[in-house]
Ligand binder design. Structure first.
Ligand SMILES: [Zn+2]
Length: 159
């Protein structure tokens, strides 16, 4: 009888998605809101052709990269984590996605509903500048996620 535990006994699920070891040197930053997770994957995988992209999923997404006083403690952590990914995973491309009706903007940043769009666009632009400044080789693309009934769509935001 072996003392080595049979770890297979504790397996509760085996993914049908195969592991691929190659990194694609791209990351996306978007909000934790789980109502949009699968659509963001769909967009990044199928529209931007970025399989296996690194995910930096935090409440408010890029709102944590622009120096908002109300959330500067969160910001420090997010910036450090992104710096790590930029170096360790040799990121060359970062995608930022803001979404309509983001609770982070309403509740943490206290932004009025009619100012959401303006603030989010400003934040995407500021975050993009900051990320480009962190590593000159990085390209940054920005998008706005919108909802119409059950349809989720993505618009490019030029920054
Ligand atoms: Zn959100």
């Amino acid at each position: 009888m072996s003392d080595v535990p049979d770890t297979r006994r504790s397996v509760v699920f085996t993914s049908e998605v195969a592991y691929e070891s190659e990194r694609i040197n791209a990351a996306a930053v978007y909000c934790s809101d789980g109502r949009f997770g699968e659509q963001c994957d769909d967009f990044l995988h199928n529209a931007l052709k970025l399989p296996r992209y690194d995910r930096m999923i935090v409440p408010g997404g890029a709102a944590c990269l622009v120096g908002h006083e109300a959330v500067h403690l969160e910001e420090g952590g997010v910036v450090e984590q992104l710096k790590f990914l930029i170096e360790a995973h040799e990121l060359r491309q970062i995608v930022l996605i803001a979404h309509e009706d983001c609770a982070y903007y309403r509740q943490r940043l206290k932004v009025a509903d009619d100012e959401f769009e303006t603030r989010q666009r400003e934040d995407l632009a500021t975050a993009a500048r900051r990320l480009r400044g962190m590593a000159s080789v990085i390209t940054v693309e920005c998008f706005m996620l919108r909802v119409d009934g059950q349809t989720v769509y993505f618009e490019r935001v030029e920054v």
